[in-house]
Design a protein around this ligand. Structure first.
Ligand code: SF4
Length: 483
């Protein structure tokens, strides 16, 4: 058993998250200790013996930290180096446990640091491994000028449809298998929110430059329901400046010729078809009711219908899959030549069935994950794709990352903007979280709708009031100050 004691000024949650990259949760404890201070900011004891680490090993360039954030990172480096020494494992993302590492290097770039200096800073300060450093820099370059909307009045719009035909074993989203009556009631409430939001957006002189309909699986709606939803959005919002409209089709078994016709008739340019795996056994094991052939058929139908931009999602680390299975999936997906390919690392979250069935799933998969991630980089590069957005989540197998790859020039604007958090994103529907950006103050506020769709239907008027108070009024104030 490891006992990690840290100075009380250090956030223990971050040290715990870091230690979990090396050890199962039950193999260590983290406690804060007011007796510790700057001179001895942490200690790691293993089976009664303290493991000493010279300060030069965790002080950045040998200098003692000068403010609290730097102390926190120094302690993280110390705990990292100690546990790396003990376990022989060096997690590739170093001490970075946050979700959006590209933001860090973008800020360094904007402060005037050149790429060479960014690379060495990330390696020495955050202990980032060379390949991850390279991936970050390539991702930054892959975003080119797309991270900033250019016009402060441009916003992003997210509309959530929280229904799926069945529930995947790893799912931690508020997705539901609902009756037709419930879906109809939900759409009615959603239409109310669309009308209300469109009014607020218009009043403030804002306009959506990207729209994303996600879920759940939006194509679990009928052709008629989809048509009505698009009609509402197009009629209420001014989409004349909209540069990208995405519909997450998700499950191939929900895609039909009729729905594709509706999508095409509304000129929805981008859809996402998410195979996750091309292995029949795996699809069954994760709770999906479709076959690999249906994925190929859905893709062919979408192309025949004239959809020009397709994203496909795959997941590395699915139950029962080794590196060779994942590589086969990747090759088959690349053969379909999607404009975008998103490679997810399975995140086994607490709310998922998989986590309840196997508490230690993450640790068991660590080794094969390394090979899967290495192959995904090599194969996408070989096929001419570039990384353009990247994020990490808690509880990811092997502490890896999710990477969006694109054919050059086909990067998804919405994905980049969501990660970059410099554009206001207004979210509608159950589980939607709006992010309101105040660029002059470099500040973001969040406003969340309830995630349970039944409560959303019951409390729709409350949701609208919340939107007014937490989204539109603050934006109005900001406008007064020179927006
Ligand atoms: S398709 Fe997505 S949202 Fe639906 S159950 Fe599976 S993981 Fe959850």
């Amino acid at each position: 058993m490891y006992q990690i004691r840290i100075w009380e000024n250090i956030p223990w949650q971050e040290i715990q998250a870091l230690a979990m990259l090396f050890l199962p949760r039950e193999a260590f404890t983290v406690t804060t200790d007011e007796a510790l201070g700057e001179s001895q900011s942490f200690s790691v004891v293993f089976e009664g013996r303290e493991i000493a680490l010279p300060q030069e090993r965790f002080f950045y360039r040998g200098c003692p930290p000068s403010h609290p954030k730097e102390w926190k990172n120094a302690v993280k480096r110390g705990v990292y180096e100690t546990l790396a020494l003990q376990t022989g494992y060096r997690p590739p993302w170093g001490i970075l446990t946050g979700v959006k590492p590209v933001k860090i290097i973008r800020e360094l770039e904007e402060k005037g640091m050149d790429l060479f200096r960014i690379r060495s800073f990330m390696e020495e300060y955050y202990l980032l491994e060379g390949e991850k450093n390279q991936l970050l820099l390539e991702t930054l370059q892959g975003q080119a000028s797309l991270s900033l909307p250019g016009d402060e009045r441009a916003i992003g719009l997210y509309v959530g449809i929280p229904f799926c035909p069945t529930r995947c074993v790893y799912c931690s989203f508020p997705s539901n298998v609902a009756s037709q009556e419930q879906v109809a009631l939900y759409l009615e409430a959603l239409e109310k929110e669309i009308d209300f939001t469109a009014e607020g957006v218009k009043e403030l002189g804002l306009w959506p430059d990207c729209v994303y309909i996600g879920g759940g699986t939006p194509t679990s709606l009928s052709p008629l329901q989809l048509d009505r939803l698009f009609d509402r959005i197009f009629r209420r919002f001014d989409l004349s400046g909209c540069r990208e409209f995405t519909l997450e089709a998700g499950r191939p078994d929900t895609i039909t010729k009729e729905k594709l016709k509706v999508i095409r008739d509304w000129h929805i340019g981008r859809i996402s078809i998410n195979p996750q795996s091309m292995n029949q056994k795996t699809l069954r094991a994760i709770g999906r009711a479709h076959s690999p052939d249906q994925i190929k058929q859905a893709n062919e139908m979408a192309r025949e219908a004239g959809i020009g931009h397709i994203n496909m999602d795959v997941i590395a680390g699915l139950p029962g899959e080794e590196a060779a299975d994942f590589v086969r999936t990747l090759q088959q997906v690349l053969d379909m030549s999607p404009e975008n390919l998103t490679v997810h690392t399975l995140a086994v979250k607490r709310a998922s069935r998989l986590r309840q069935e196997d508490e230690h799933y993450n640790f068991k998969k660590q080794e094969s994950m390394e090979e899967m991630i290495r192959q995904s980089r090599a194969l996408t590069r070989q096929a001419g794709y570039i990384p353009y957005y990247l994020y990490r989540q808690k509880y990811m197998v092997g502490n890896y990352e999710n990477v969006g790859y694109a054919k050059p020039g086909e990067q998804c604007v919405y994905n980049i903007r969501t990660m970059d958090e410099r554009q206001t994103m207004i979210a509608l529907g159950a589980g939607g979280i709006s992010k309101i950006c105040f660029p002059r103050e470099n500040r973001i506020e969040r406003s969340a709708n309830v995630s349970n769709y039944e409560i959303y239907i019951q409390r729709i008027d409350q949701m609208l009031q919340r939107k007014k108070q937490e989204v539109f009024l603050p934006l109005k104030e900001d406008r007064k100050e020179g927006f």
